[in-house]
Design a protein around this ligand. Sequence first.
Ligand SMILES: [Zn+2]
Length: 364
Amino acid sequence: MIGTGSPDPGESVFTAVDMALKHVSERDLFVSLKSENTSPVGISADAFTRICEHIFTGEPAVKIGKLSQTAYTRFDRNADGILDENEFHDCFATWIQPTLNSRKCLLIVDVQNDFITGTLALKDSPAKQDAAEVVPVINRILADHRAAFDTVVYTQDWHPADHCSFVQNVKRLNVDVSSKVQPHDCKPFDIVVIRDDDNSLFEQALFPAHCVQNSFGAEFHPDLKVVPDAVFIRKGVDSNVDSFSAFKDNRAKSQTELDRVLSSMGVTDVYCCGLATDYCVGSSALDALQFGYRTVVISDACRGCADSGISHMQQRIKEKGGCLINSTDLPNLLNGSERSIILAEQGLSDGALERVRMQPPKAV
Ligand SMILES: [Zn+2]
Protein backbone atom coordinates (compact mmCIF):
# COMPACT_ATOMS: atom_id res chain seq x y z
CA MET A 1 0.00 0.00 0.00
CA ILE A 2 1.18 3.49 -0.69
CA GLY A 3 1.81 5.58 2.38
CA THR A 4 2.19 4.52 5.96
CA GLY A 5 0.42 2.04 8.22
CA SER A 6 -0.45 -1.58 7.83
CA PRO A 7 -2.14 -2.36 4.55
CA ASP A 8 -5.43 -4.18 4.46
CA PRO A 9 -4.80 -6.68 1.64
CA GLY A 10 -8.37 -6.34 0.43
CA GLU A 11 -8.09 -2.59 0.10
CA SER A 12 -4.60 -2.02 -1.10
CA VAL A 13 -5.11 -2.13 -4.88
CA PHE A 14 -8.21 -0.01 -4.63
CA THR A 15 -6.31 2.57 -2.64
CA ALA A 16 -3.49 2.57 -5.13
CA VAL A 17 -5.79 3.06 -8.11
CA ASP A 18 -7.84 5.61 -6.23
CA MET A 19 -4.69 7.53 -5.48
CA ALA A 20 -3.60 7.26 -9.09
CA LEU A 21 -6.61 9.38 -9.89
CA LYS A 22 -5.13 11.98 -7.63
CA HIS A 23 -1.84 11.75 -9.49
CA VAL A 24 0.10 9.39 -7.31
CA SER A 25 3.23 8.70 -9.26
CA GLU A 26 3.32 5.79 -11.62
CA ARG A 27 6.45 4.55 -9.82
CA ASP A 28 4.62 4.43 -6.47
CA LEU A 29 1.75 2.58 -8.07
CA PHE A 30 4.10 0.05 -9.63
CA VAL A 31 5.87 -0.60 -6.33
CA SER A 32 2.55 -0.93 -4.53
CA LEU A 33 1.12 -3.36 -7.04
CA LYS A 34 4.31 -5.37 -7.22
CA SER A 35 4.06 -5.94 -3.49
CA GLU A 36 0.64 -7.47 -4.12
CA ASN A 37 2.21 -10.59 -5.51
CA THR A 38 5.27 -12.68 -5.08
CA SER A 39 7.17 -11.71 -8.20
CA PRO A 40 10.29 -9.70 -7.44
CA VAL A 41 10.30 -7.99 -10.85
CA GLY A 42 6.77 -7.03 -11.71
CA ILE A 43 3.02 -7.42 -11.62
CA SER A 44 1.30 -10.77 -12.00
CA ALA A 45 -1.83 -11.35 -14.06
CA ASP A 46 -3.86 -11.77 -10.85
CA ALA A 47 -2.75 -8.44 -9.41
CA PHE A 48 -3.47 -6.82 -12.76
CA THR A 49 -6.99 -8.27 -12.77
CA ARG A 50 -7.59 -6.72 -9.37
CA ILE A 51 -6.62 -3.31 -10.77
CA CYS A 52 -9.17 -3.83 -13.53
CA GLU A 53 -11.83 -4.90 -11.02
CA HIS A 54 -11.44 -1.59 -9.25
CA ILE A 55 -11.33 0.50 -12.39
CA PHE A 56 -14.47 -1.18 -13.79
CA THR A 57 -16.48 -1.51 -10.61
CA GLY A 58 -19.95 -2.86 -11.28
CA GLU A 59 -19.15 -4.61 -14.55
CA PRO A 60 -19.59 -8.41 -14.71
CA ALA A 61 -16.54 -10.33 -13.47
CA VAL A 62 -16.41 -12.41 -16.66
CA LYS A 63 -16.12 -9.30 -18.83
CA ILE A 64 -13.52 -7.75 -16.55
CA GLY A 65 -11.52 -10.97 -16.58
CA LYS A 66 -11.56 -11.10 -20.38
CA LEU A 67 -10.55 -7.43 -20.69
CA SER A 68 -7.82 -7.85 -18.09
CA GLN A 69 -6.42 -10.85 -19.91
CA THR A 70 -6.48 -9.04 -23.26
CA ALA A 71 -4.74 -5.99 -21.82
CA TYR A 72 -2.20 -8.03 -19.90
CA THR A 73 -1.27 -10.04 -22.98
CA ARG A 74 -1.05 -6.82 -24.97
CA PHE A 75 1.41 -5.16 -22.61
CA ASP A 76 3.41 -8.23 -21.55
CA ARG A 77 5.45 -7.82 -24.71
CA ASN A 78 8.09 -10.42 -23.92
CA ALA A 79 5.31 -12.87 -22.90
CA ASP A 80 7.10 -13.94 -19.72
CA GLY A 81 3.89 -13.82 -17.65
CA ILE A 82 4.98 -10.74 -15.66
CA LEU A 83 4.51 -7.02 -16.34
CA ASP A 84 7.94 -5.62 -15.63
CA GLU A 85 8.51 -1.95 -14.94
CA ASN A 86 8.91 -0.90 -18.57
CA GLU A 87 5.87 -2.86 -19.66
CA PHE A 88 3.84 -1.38 -16.82
CA HIS A 89 5.00 2.10 -17.77
CA ASP A 90 3.63 1.58 -21.28
CA CYS A 91 0.38 0.12 -19.90
CA PHE A 92 -0.09 2.91 -17.39
CA ALA A 93 0.66 5.75 -19.80
CA THR A 94 -1.23 4.49 -22.82
CA TRP A 95 -4.16 2.59 -21.31
CA ILE A 96 -4.76 3.05 -17.55
CA GLN A 97 -4.23 6.80 -17.54
CA PRO A 98 -6.49 7.51 -20.55
CA THR A 99 -9.09 5.16 -19.07
CA LEU A 100 -9.09 7.07 -15.79
CA ASN A 101 -8.71 10.53 -17.30
CA SER A 102 -10.20 10.45 -20.77
CA ARG A 103 -10.64 13.71 -22.69
CA LYS A 104 -13.92 13.96 -24.49
CA CYS A 105 -15.35 15.67 -27.54
CA LEU A 106 -19.06 16.00 -28.28
CA LEU A 107 -19.35 15.94 -32.08
CA ILE A 108 -22.67 17.40 -33.29
CA VAL A 109 -23.03 16.52 -36.96
CA ASP A 110 -24.98 18.58 -39.52
CA VAL A 111 -28.02 19.71 -37.52
CA GLN A 112 -28.89 22.02 -40.42
CA ASN A 113 -32.19 23.30 -41.80
CA ASP A 114 -31.96 21.50 -45.13
CA PHE A 115 -31.80 18.11 -43.37
CA ILE A 116 -34.75 18.98 -41.12
CA THR A 117 -37.23 21.15 -43.05
CA GLY A 118 -35.44 21.82 -46.33
CA THR A 119 -34.52 20.19 -49.62
CA LEU A 120 -33.09 17.03 -48.05
CA ALA A 121 -35.43 16.72 -45.07
CA LEU A 122 -35.15 13.30 -43.46
CA LYS A 123 -38.93 13.04 -43.09
CA ASP A 124 -39.10 12.70 -46.91
CA SER A 125 -36.62 9.81 -46.95
CA PRO A 126 -37.68 6.12 -46.65
CA ALA A 127 -37.49 5.91 -42.83
CA LYS A 128 -39.60 9.10 -42.57
CA GLN A 129 -37.87 10.11 -39.34
CA ASP A 130 -38.34 13.60 -37.95
CA ALA A 131 -34.86 15.09 -37.80
CA ALA A 132 -36.07 17.96 -35.60
CA GLU A 133 -36.39 15.47 -32.74
CA VAL A 134 -32.61 15.48 -32.24
CA VAL A 135 -32.62 19.15 -31.30
CA PRO A 136 -34.14 18.89 -27.77
CA VAL A 137 -32.07 15.77 -27.05
CA ILE A 138 -28.81 17.49 -28.04
CA ASN A 139 -29.81 20.67 -26.19
CA ARG A 140 -30.44 18.62 -23.06
CA ILE A 141 -27.04 16.90 -23.38
CA LEU A 142 -25.40 20.32 -23.64
CA ALA A 143 -27.41 21.72 -20.72
CA ASP A 144 -26.65 18.77 -18.45
CA HIS A 145 -23.16 17.72 -19.53
CA ARG A 146 -21.33 20.60 -21.21
CA ALA A 147 -18.70 20.66 -18.46
CA ALA A 148 -17.94 16.95 -18.90
CA PHE A 149 -16.81 17.50 -22.50
CA ASP A 150 -13.41 19.05 -23.10
CA THR A 151 -14.67 20.42 -26.39
CA VAL A 152 -17.88 20.64 -28.42
CA VAL A 153 -17.63 20.50 -32.21
CA TYR A 154 -20.41 21.42 -34.63
CA THR A 155 -20.12 20.34 -38.26
CA GLN A 156 -21.88 21.77 -41.30
CA ASP A 157 -22.31 20.39 -44.77
CA TRP A 158 -21.12 23.46 -46.68
CA HIS A 159 -21.33 23.06 -50.45
CA PRO A 160 -20.53 25.39 -53.33
CA ALA A 161 -23.43 25.76 -55.80
CA ASP A 162 -21.65 23.61 -58.40
CA HIS A 163 -21.13 20.70 -56.01
CA CYS A 164 -20.80 17.22 -57.52
CA SER A 165 -23.49 15.71 -55.26
CA PHE A 166 -26.26 17.96 -56.65
CA VAL A 167 -28.39 16.16 -59.22
CA GLN A 168 -28.74 19.30 -61.32
CA ASN A 169 -24.94 19.39 -61.73
CA VAL A 170 -24.66 15.87 -63.10
CA LYS A 171 -24.10 17.04 -66.66
CA ARG A 172 -20.77 18.58 -65.70
CA LEU A 173 -19.59 15.28 -64.19
CA ASN A 174 -17.54 12.79 -66.17
CA VAL A 175 -20.07 9.95 -65.87
CA ASP A 176 -18.45 6.73 -67.06
CA VAL A 177 -20.04 4.60 -69.79
CA SER A 178 -20.22 1.76 -67.26
CA SER A 179 -22.62 3.73 -65.07
CA LYS A 180 -26.09 2.18 -64.99
CA VAL A 181 -27.56 5.63 -64.55
CA GLN A 182 -26.63 8.15 -67.20
CA PRO A 183 -26.95 11.95 -66.94
CA HIS A 184 -30.01 12.21 -69.19
CA ASP A 185 -32.20 10.08 -66.93
CA CYS A 186 -30.94 10.52 -63.40
CA LYS A 187 -32.95 11.67 -60.44
CA PRO A 188 -32.25 12.40 -56.76
CA PHE A 189 -30.77 9.46 -54.80
CA ASP A 190 -29.48 7.72 -57.92
CA ILE A 191 -25.83 6.71 -57.90
CA VAL A 192 -23.62 7.39 -60.88
CA VAL A 193 -20.13 6.09 -61.63
CA ILE A 194 -17.63 8.88 -62.23
CA ARG A 195 -14.29 8.60 -64.02
CA ASP A 196 -11.77 10.83 -62.27
CA ASP A 197 -8.86 12.75 -63.86
CA ASP A 198 -6.52 9.92 -62.83
CA ASN A 199 -8.80 7.44 -64.63
CA SER A 200 -10.02 5.86 -61.41
CA LEU A 201 -13.74 5.14 -61.01
CA PHE A 202 -15.86 6.08 -58.01
CA GLU A 203 -19.53 6.15 -57.13
CA GLN A 204 -21.30 9.42 -56.49
CA ALA A 205 -24.74 9.58 -54.86
CA LEU A 206 -26.90 12.38 -56.22
CA PHE A 207 -29.07 14.57 -54.00
CA PRO A 208 -31.21 17.66 -54.41
CA ALA A 209 -29.15 20.82 -53.93
CA HIS A 210 -28.65 21.22 -50.20
CA CYS A 211 -26.62 23.14 -47.64
CA VAL A 212 -25.39 25.65 -50.20
CA GLN A 213 -22.83 27.95 -48.59
CA ASN A 214 -24.38 30.95 -46.82
CA SER A 215 -27.95 29.83 -47.54
CA PHE A 216 -30.70 29.41 -44.92
CA GLY A 217 -30.64 25.67 -45.56
CA ALA A 218 -27.01 25.49 -44.46
CA GLU A 219 -27.69 27.25 -41.16
CA PHE A 220 -28.12 25.32 -37.94
CA HIS A 221 -31.69 24.64 -36.86
CA PRO A 222 -32.77 27.85 -35.10
CA ASP A 223 -33.51 26.01 -31.84
CA LEU A 224 -30.15 24.21 -31.65
CA LYS A 225 -28.14 25.41 -28.68
CA VAL A 226 -24.74 26.66 -29.80
CA VAL A 227 -22.37 26.85 -26.86
CA PRO A 228 -19.56 29.37 -26.46
CA ASP A 229 -16.01 28.18 -27.20
CA ALA A 230 -17.24 25.57 -29.65
CA VAL A 231 -15.28 24.44 -32.70
CA PHE A 232 -16.94 24.62 -36.13
CA ILE A 233 -15.97 22.30 -38.96
CA ARG A 234 -17.29 22.80 -42.50
CA LYS A 235 -17.11 19.92 -44.96
CA GLY A 236 -17.99 19.25 -48.57
CA VAL A 237 -16.45 22.55 -49.62
CA ASP A 238 -14.65 21.07 -52.64
CA SER A 239 -16.90 21.07 -55.74
CA ASN A 240 -15.46 17.81 -56.99
CA VAL A 241 -15.63 15.48 -54.01
CA ASP A 242 -18.38 14.76 -51.48
CA SER A 243 -17.70 14.52 -47.77
CA PHE A 244 -19.93 12.62 -45.38
CA SER A 245 -17.37 12.35 -42.59
CA ALA A 246 -16.36 15.24 -40.37
CA PHE A 247 -12.75 14.01 -40.64
CA LYS A 248 -12.10 13.51 -44.35
CA ASP A 249 -13.74 13.51 -47.77
CA ASN A 250 -15.35 10.42 -49.27
CA ARG A 251 -12.30 9.66 -51.38
CA ALA A 252 -9.80 10.30 -48.58
CA LYS A 253 -8.10 12.96 -50.68
CA SER A 254 -8.13 15.62 -48.01
CA GLN A 255 -8.84 16.00 -44.32
CA THR A 256 -10.72 18.67 -42.42
CA GLU A 257 -9.14 20.39 -39.43
CA LEU A 258 -10.96 18.10 -37.00
CA ASP A 259 -8.25 15.52 -36.26
CA ARG A 260 -5.61 18.22 -35.86
CA VAL A 261 -7.83 20.20 -33.48
CA LEU A 262 -8.74 17.18 -31.35
CA SER A 263 -5.16 15.92 -31.30
CA SER A 264 -3.90 19.31 -30.13
CA MET A 265 -6.31 19.06 -27.18
CA GLY A 266 -5.26 15.50 -26.30
CA VAL A 267 -8.82 14.26 -26.92
CA THR A 268 -9.20 10.50 -26.52
CA ASP A 269 -12.98 10.02 -26.83
CA VAL A 270 -15.46 11.21 -29.48
CA TYR A 271 -19.20 11.16 -28.74
CA CYS A 272 -21.17 11.48 -31.99
CA CYS A 273 -24.73 12.67 -32.55
CA GLY A 274 -26.79 14.52 -35.18
CA LEU A 275 -27.80 13.85 -38.79
CA ALA A 276 -27.90 11.46 -40.47
CA THR A 277 -27.09 8.16 -38.76
CA ASP A 278 -26.53 6.22 -41.98
CA TYR A 279 -24.47 8.93 -43.70
CA CYS A 280 -22.56 11.71 -41.96
CA VAL A 281 -22.85 10.61 -38.31
CA GLY A 282 -21.94 7.02 -39.15
CA SER A 283 -19.08 7.97 -41.48
CA SER A 284 -17.70 10.33 -38.84
CA ALA A 285 -17.89 7.62 -36.18
CA LEU A 286 -16.12 5.09 -38.42
CA ASP A 287 -13.37 7.61 -39.16
CA ALA A 288 -13.06 8.50 -35.47
CA LEU A 289 -12.45 4.80 -34.80
CA GLN A 290 -9.97 4.60 -37.66
CA PHE A 291 -8.13 7.67 -36.35
CA GLY A 292 -7.75 5.93 -32.96
CA TYR A 293 -10.40 7.76 -30.92
CA ARG A 294 -12.53 5.77 -28.50
CA THR A 295 -15.90 6.32 -30.13
CA VAL A 296 -19.47 6.49 -28.86
CA VAL A 297 -22.65 7.11 -30.87
CA ILE A 298 -25.55 8.57 -28.87
CA SER A 299 -28.34 6.82 -30.76
CA ASP A 300 -31.34 8.76 -29.48
CA ALA A 301 -29.60 12.00 -30.49
CA CYS A 302 -29.40 10.83 -34.12
CA ARG A 303 -31.91 10.34 -36.92
CA GLY A 304 -31.35 8.59 -40.25
CA CYS A 305 -32.61 8.12 -43.79
CA ALA A 306 -33.43 4.44 -44.26
CA ASP A 307 -34.03 1.68 -41.70
CA SER A 308 -31.78 -0.75 -43.54
CA GLY A 309 -29.03 1.86 -43.89
CA ILE A 310 -29.26 2.78 -40.21
CA SER A 311 -29.02 -0.81 -38.98
CA HIS A 312 -26.23 -1.60 -41.45
CA MET A 313 -24.24 1.44 -40.27
CA GLN A 314 -24.82 0.61 -36.60
CA GLN A 315 -23.58 -2.90 -37.26
CA ARG A 316 -20.43 -1.60 -38.98
CA ILE A 317 -19.70 0.73 -36.06
CA LYS A 318 -20.12 -2.11 -33.55
CA GLU A 319 -17.93 -4.42 -35.64
CA LYS A 320 -15.17 -1.79 -35.56
CA GLY A 321 -15.45 -1.68 -31.76
CA GLY A 322 -17.61 1.45 -31.45
CA CYS A 323 -20.10 1.88 -28.65
CA LEU A 324 -23.81 2.68 -29.15
CA ILE A 325 -25.58 4.25 -26.18
CA ASN A 326 -28.61 6.37 -25.30
CA SER A 327 -28.30 9.82 -23.81
CA THR A 328 -29.67 8.42 -20.53
CA ASP A 329 -26.43 6.39 -20.29
CA LEU A 330 -24.32 9.54 -20.39
CA PRO A 331 -24.29 10.62 -16.72
CA ASN A 332 -22.59 7.50 -15.40
CA LEU A 333 -20.29 7.23 -18.39
CA LEU A 334 -19.17 10.86 -18.24
CA ASN A 335 -18.65 11.16 -14.52
CA GLY A 336 -16.55 8.01 -14.42
CA SER A 337 -18.76 6.08 -12.00
CA GLU A 338 -19.22 3.55 -14.76
CA ARG A 339 -16.21 3.02 -16.97
CA SER A 340 -17.21 1.32 -20.17
CA ILE A 341 -15.47 -1.94 -20.91
CA ILE A 342 -16.27 -1.40 -24.57
CA LEU A 343 -14.42 1.93 -24.50
CA ALA A 344 -11.52 0.33 -22.64
CA GLU A 345 -11.36 -2.38 -25.30
CA GLN A 346 -11.28 0.33 -27.96
CA GLY A 347 -8.40 1.88 -26.05
CA LEU A 348 -6.37 -1.28 -26.66
CA SER A 349 -6.53 -0.95 -30.45
CA ASP A 350 -3.30 -0.19 -32.32
CA GLY A 351 -4.71 3.17 -33.40
CA ALA A 352 -5.80 4.23 -29.92
CA LEU A 353 -2.50 3.22 -28.29
CA GLU A 354 -0.55 5.00 -31.03
CA ARG A 355 -2.70 8.12 -30.61
CA VAL A 356 -1.95 8.29 -26.89
CA ARG A 357 1.76 7.64 -27.45
CA MET A 358 1.85 10.54 -29.93
CA GLN A 359 -0.57 12.85 -28.08
CA PRO A 360 -0.93 11.93 -24.42
CA PRO A 361 -4.15 13.17 -22.78
CA LYS A 362 -3.52 16.39 -20.94
CA ALA A 363 -3.69 16.39 -17.16
CA VAL A 364 -7.04 17.32 -15.63
ZN1 LIG B 1 -24.01 17.16 -48.72
